[in-house]
Design a protein around this ligand. Structure first.
Ligand code: F6P
Length: 331
């Protein structure tokens, strides 16, 4: 591999607060090391459509505090094919781009991993997703901001729940992972937390409602999306007829969880990871994801970050158990 002179940076998959801070850090640290930087628009789609432009220090000023991504993002079907990746590679070569930083989640890293195996170009991944479901890093960019958004919303829902003496099923994002649900549930004092990693979650909500019948108190049941029992709405529809004595409502927080100004923690995480990604390319690394574990930068093989499953620790489940009325792991 020769000396890196020109790099591309892109954001891919679902957006996450802090992606702009990462783009800024990649751009500024690359320029500082004498590199030319291309911003690639709309993820891999822009690589295939040849939609890229040179970024300078000024192009990334005033963005660190903004949610979303200035480069825009997409989930690109064409990049899942060899033919699509070949077009993308030829477009990179035509601009003499000799290294790429991808900010995204596991789908984005799986595409990067294929590209590195098929073509002679290094890719480095920066974990950006509110789901926090990537192996090899304690936190992904956007997760902390998302937790803060969720607890602000749940605090507000609790005000109205208390006023009306209602039970609220609140659904949060996380695809098949319960990180957002368990930690926002702990931080908002939810009475019940339901996560896909643990079995019999609907049974726990049912038991809670049966026990609560004697207490008559408003409650928050925090539901992760992706439960095998169904969505919060489906679960509430199944349980409501069994408990006609309760006033049950459902609130799906949805995409507000992906927006908003990034927290200080996410801005710092993104800045550290952005600089580490450029360092990795300059060190001739490839097919690695930047992780931060116990506050130390790690280089995790991309295929490991895609294939290995990040688990919610038993300690955290036990902790939730100890302080919620019905935690996710209750026997
Ligand atoms: O960014 C990850 C995620 O927020 C998941 O939690 C969720 O299932 C998914 O994206 C929804 O994204 P979209 O509406 O963009 O398809």
């Amino acid at each position: 591999m020769g000396k890196i002179k020109t790099i591309g940076v892109l954001t891919s998959g679902g957006d996450a607060p802090g992606m702009n801070a990462a783009i800024r850090a990649v751009t500024r640290s690359a320029i500082h090391s004498g590199l030319t930087v291309y911003g690639i628009k709309r993820g891999y789609q822009g690589m295939i459509d040849n939609d890229m432009e040179i970024l300078n220090s000024e192009s990334v000023s005033g963005i660190i505090q903004r949610g979303g991504t200035m480069l825009q993002t997409a989930r690109c079907k064409a990049f899942r094919t060899y033919e699509g990746r070949e077009v993308a590679y030829n477009n990179l070569k035509a601009r003499e781009i000799d290294g790429v930083v991808v900010i995204g989640g596991d789908g984005s890293f799986s595409g990067a991993s294929d590209m590195v195996q098929e073509f002679d170009i290094p890719f480095i991944g920066i974990p950006g997703t509110i789901d926090n479901d990537l192996y090899g890093t304690d936190c992904t960019i956007g997760y902390d901001t998302c937790l803060n958004t969720v607890i602000e919303a749940v605090d507000k829902i609790r005000d109205t729940a208390t006023s009306h003496n209602r039970i609220f099923f609140v659904e949060v994002m996380g695809r098949e992972a319960g990180f957002v649900a368990i930690n926002s549930g702990i931080a908002s004092g939810a009475e019940v937390i339901m996560i896909p990693e643990e079995p019999n979650q609907m049974e726990k909500a049912r038991e809670f409602l049966s026990e609560r019948a004697r207490k008559n108190k408003s409650s928050i049941i925090l539901v992760a999306e992706g439960l095998e029992d169904g969505s919060a709405l489906q679960i509430a529809e199944k349980l409501t007829p069994e408990f006609p004595q309760f006033d049950i409502r459902v609130s799906i927080l949805g995409h507000i969880q992906r927006g908003g100004a990034p927290s200080a923690r996410d801005r710092i995480l993104a800045s550290r990871m952005g600089v580490a990604a450029v360092d990795a390319l300059l060190d001739n690394q490839s097919a690695a994801m930047i992780g931060i574990v116990n506050d130390e930068i790690m280089y995790v093989p991309l295929n490991k970050s895609v294939k290995l499953h990040k688990k919610i620790s038993r300690d955290l489940i036990d902790l939730a158990e100890g302080i919620c009325t019905f935690g996710p792991g209750r026997k």
